[in-house]
Design a protein around this ligand. Structure first.
Ligand code: ATP
Length: 661
């Protein structure tokens, strides 16, 4: 049995329903050590036949047997392996990969073998040396003459030590000197015990071989033996093959990116700007949230929620609204809006409440110091809910002592506002008696502390007992207007407040409670929403970058159609081709993410430095979560953008791809 046998090969092309038979029954036998030339008129079907022998064409009738094994053209995997292991191609137009050096071109074929990395490099160098190009191996194909390019292509075809070398017009683009050199190389290959099949128009080339086949009208019409086939050497190299590794596919994707530096840089820059703005906005959202949290917790201790009497029937109204209604009720039915002792006792029985502190709050207070006066202030008794950080000078109020707001102290003496400590300040406000009649209260107390309320309102405060004494003296109701409940653990704050809101006394909901946690939750929801909206707007630029990646990948596929054909002819699988393009997009995505993040961190540093003096807070805070989000979203966009183009590349028909201009 011959090494390679074709039997009853028929092949037609179809234009619509019309059939054009090209191969009309071909039976051939080839042996290793032969150098067979196929001659024939143009359009006679020579290339079509070579595509079948080379495992590129799958649609034909008849059988191809290699080394006694029937080649199943229906099985793509088997054909990939056959091309990778058994066949080496040499094309008329060289078909070298332009972004790889000559050495890398040869290595691309060797990368589909199981040789170690060092052995692959050694073998590629030896092969380039053998074809006389040792000193040109680090050049790119575009830096070589036609003859030199064809010799690189020969070295590449030989790299995986295939048994069959198929050369389609290998000297078609060469002058006579280069033609001779290439023919000598092909003869050497046959002498090494390989089967060399050359398609040619040239009788001179054909005369070089051991046998000539002549094709006409889809059949072999003449066959001539010129000399016996070469003796097979005692030992023949066998290199086991394997598919392209992930590492090689990443490397190739990276090499191509680098080859088209400017274009890819611009695309990466576009995507990076999108990532940068999304991250910066998210970081700004974090910063603003942190700033508000910081401001609020500086003023009040989050473990001490405020509880008031509930006056409304509406169970679904939010706590803030119900508290407001209680405050309004104080003007009309004061005694129904305060917290009598039995209410305080009830609170004390709730689980996780360590202590209940009574408190008073009165509005419309007038403070007077000499000729300076402030009206419409609000007095609140000092409880554990106040953060001691809010006191900027002096200390919290003891019995018959007063804490005033910094703004009033500055109104009196703007430069030396602390000098008010130790001075006496008069004040007056209205409370109510048992009959809900207003009672004016007037007093004069020593200032012991100056506080800063900032955005949450001014702080004027006395101890509970001080105010209680003032109320008792004026015969006003002494029931507290609110209570502060001390909760054992921050984790229980929410559940305790919820429970307190559900307590009923005399069949009615008794309390309305709100922790600053609730206030913070509301603020945080609003700021998060705002930063997400901003990030989403910035996200539109990501959409643009996705479209850019789609366009580049399509362009890349269009430009590299021939390369795809070459890779498939060398034995790359369809999924290797798909991964090659996907990898390139993913690299663009990854580099964009890194660039975008570096820019975002730089933007964060700049903004924080610029604004720190103003607000004493780092207003941009990019979190690790944001960083992970940016990388994931960038890779995801790149992956999605490459899906369709890379799939298209993988599905290209190898013969059509090789025929691309
Ligand atoms: N994809 C195709 N679709 C339709 N017809 C095709 C296709 N490829 C080749 N043919 C036709 O099949 C015939 C044989 O083509 P083939 O390329 O095999 O000839 P050839 O002998 O190699 O020619 P040449 O020496 O000019 O390269 C030609 O008539 C060609 O027009």
């Amino acid at each position: 049995m011959a090494f390679l046998e074709l039997s009853a090969i028929h092949k037609s092309y179809f234009l619509g329903k019309e059939e054009f038979p090209v191969l009309k029954g071909i039976d051939l036998k080839f042996e290793k050590g032969e150098f067979v030339s196929i001659l024939g008129e143009s359009g006679g079907g020579k290339s079509t036949l070579m595509n079948i022998i080379g495992g590129l064409d799958r649609n034909f009738e008849g059988t191809v047997t290699v080394n006694g094994n029937l080649l199943d053209h229906k099985q793509e995997k088997q054909l990939d392996l056959y091309r990778r292991q058994t066949v080496g191609y040499i094309f008329q137009s060289f078909n070298l990969i332009n972004y790889q050096t000559n050495l890398e071109n040869v290595l691309t074929s060797l990368n589909m073998t199981k040789l170690s990395s060092a052995d692959r490099k050694k073998k590629a160098t030896e092969l380039l040396d053998k074809v006389g190009l040792a000193e040109h191996m680090h050049k790119y194909p575009s830096q070589l003459s036609g003859g030199q390019k064809q010799r690189v292509a020969i070295a590449r075809a030989l790299a995986s030590s295939p048994d069959v070398i198929i050369a389609d017009e290998p000297t078609g683009a060469l002058d006579s000197v280069n033609t001779r050199e290439v023919l000598e190389l092909l003869e050497d290959i046959a002498k090494d015990g390989k089967l060399v099949i050359v398609v040619t128009h040239s009788q001179e080339v054909a005369n070089y071989g051991t046998r000539i086949l002549h094709m006409a009208d889809g059949k072999i019409d003449n066959e001539k033996s010129l000399k016996p086939k070469f003796e097979l050497p005692a030992h023949q190299d066998r290199i086991p093959s394997r598919p392209l590794s992930s590492k090689t596919l990443w490397q190739m994707a990276f090499d191509h990116l680098r080859f088209n530096k400017l274009r890819n840089f611009l695309i990466t820059l576009g995507s990076a700007i999108g990532i940068f703005s999304v991250i910066l906005f998210l970081g700004l959202g974090n910063g603003i949230k942190g700033y508000i949290n910081d401001q609020v917790t500086q003023l009040a201790n989050p473990n001490y929620p405020t509880v008031m009497r509930n006056v409304t029937e509406d169970k679904d109204a939010p706590a803030s609204q119900r508290m407001q209604e209680t405050s309004q009720a104080m003007a009309t039915d004061y005694n129904a809006a305060t917290l009598p002792d039995n209410y305080i006792d009830r609170l004390q029985k709730v689980n996780h409440i360590d202590k209940v502190e009574r408190g008073y709050q009165f509005g419309n207070v007038t403070f007077t110091y000499g000729k300076q006066k402030t009206q419409g202030a609000q007095i609140q008794t000092w409880t554990s809910a106040f953060s001691s950080k809010s006191i900027k000078a002096g200390h919290k109020p003891g019995h018959n002592e007063l804490v005033i707001d910094k703004t009033f102290a500055q109104q009196i003496d703007s430069d030396n506002w602390k000098s008010l400590i130790g001075k006496e300040v008069s004040f007056s406000y209205f409370a109510f008696n048992k009959d809900n009649q207003p009672v004016q209260i007037k007093d004069k107390l020593k200032v012991v502390g100056i506080a800063e309320g900032g955005q949450s309102g001014a702080i004027y405060s006395m101890s509970f007992d001080t105010v209680k004494d003032q109320l008792a003296k004026a015969k006003a109701t002494t029931d507290p207007t609110y209570a502060t409940i001390g909760i054992d653990d921050a984790e229980n704050v929410k559940s305790v407040v919820k429970k307190v809101n559900q307590i009923e006394i005399d069949g009615k909901r008794a309390f309305v409670g709100m922790s600053i946690g609730d206030i913070l939750d509301t603020i945080n929801t609003i700021t998060s929403l705002a930063s997400y909206v901003l990030a989403a707007i910035a996200g539109i630029s990501l959409l643009v970058s996705a479209i850019m990646i789609i366009v580049t990948t399509y362009m890349s596929v269009a430009e590299r159609t021939k390369e795809i054909g070459v890779l498939r002819a060398l034995g790359a699988r369809s999924k290797d081709v798909r991964r090659l393009f996907t990898n390139e997009s993913l690299l663009i995505g990854l580099i964009s993410a890194v660039l975008g993040l570096v820019a975002a961190y730089a933007g964060q540093a700049l903004m924080n430095v610029a604004l720190y003096n103003l607000i004493k807070f780092n207003i941009v805070q990019v979190s690790i979560g944001n960083v992970i989000f940016a990388i994931v979203i960038s890779l995801l966009i790149a992956l999605l953008a490459s899906l369709v183009p890379s799939r298209k590349a993988a599905k290209l028909n190898t013969i059509d791809a090789l025929a691309a201009d």
